[in-house]
Design a protein around this ligand. Structure first.
Ligand code: DX5
Ligand code: ZN
Length: 214
């Protein structure tokens, strides 16, 4: 079954608990952490993850858009993340391996993220350690951008590798997912769909979450 991960980047941060409850029929809660360095935007960090943890039982899917995430992954796990994904572009291969190992040692699910310009091959060295691979379908940093259909060959390649190797690894997409593009990503192998604006702008949020399952 296709899983939906609403992104709270599109929520009203002054009413975050209320907006988290609005998406409780979804599978994961997607939390976008930005440091103003790896991406040209600053969002939320550790204390907010900790506060969210206290008000929901939904699995927290924490997408770290930060430079050298190995410095912070342990603390995000301790703050209550269930899944922590790190960008392969954010550090050396060695440090990315270390970040994944730290996350796993905390008993959490680890994953890597690929920016649009990063080829599928960049995920290969890490696949065996990953419970999740996230393919960005927009440039990370902002919600509400246009879906990049040209990421579909990359998605297909990763789906092939995951299936051939029989890996227990989810394949997630993030950016521009709506009731039309959801069908495209599902057809190309995605199993978890992040959606910010298309969920929070919907008049009927549970209905929209259901619609995005394809
Ligand atoms: C972008 C974030 C996304 C963002 C998606 O850097 O990683 O999670 O919230 O927003 P939409 O669904 O509006 O494209
Ligand atoms: Zn994200």
């Amino acid at each position: 079954m296709i899983k939906i991960a609403p992104s709270i980047l599109a929520a009203d941060f002054a009413n975050l608990e209320r907006d988290i409850q609005k998406v409780r029929t979804a599978d994961y809660l997607h939390v976008d952490v930005m440091d103003g360095l790896f991406v040209p935007n600053i969002s939320i960090g550790l204390p907010v993850v900790q506060s969210i943890r206290a008000v929901t039982d939904m699995p927290l899917d924490v997408h770290l858009m930060i430079d050298r995430p190995v410095r912070y992954v342990e603390r995000f796990c301790q703050a209550g993340a269930d899944i922590v994904t790190v960008h392969v572009e954010a550090d050396s291969e060695e440090n990315t391996h270390s970040a994944l190992e730290i996350i796993r040692a905390q008993g959490k699910r680890a994953g890597v993220v690929l920016k649009p310009g990063t080829p599928a091959e960049a995920a290969l060295p890490f696949l065996e350690k990953c419970a999740m691979v996230l393919v960005m379908t927009v440039e990370p940093g902002f919600g509400g951008q246009k879906f990049m259909e040209d990421m579909m060959p990359k998605l297909q390649t990763l789906r092939g590798w995951i299936d051939e190797r029989g890996l227990d690894c989810e394949l997630e997409v993030d950016g521009g997912i709506d009731p039309v593009t959801c069908k495209t990503v599902i057809a190309n192998g995605a199993s978890v769909l992040v959606a910010g604006s298309s969920v929070y702008k919907a008049a009927d949020i549970p209905g929209r979450i259901q619609e995005l399952r394809g």
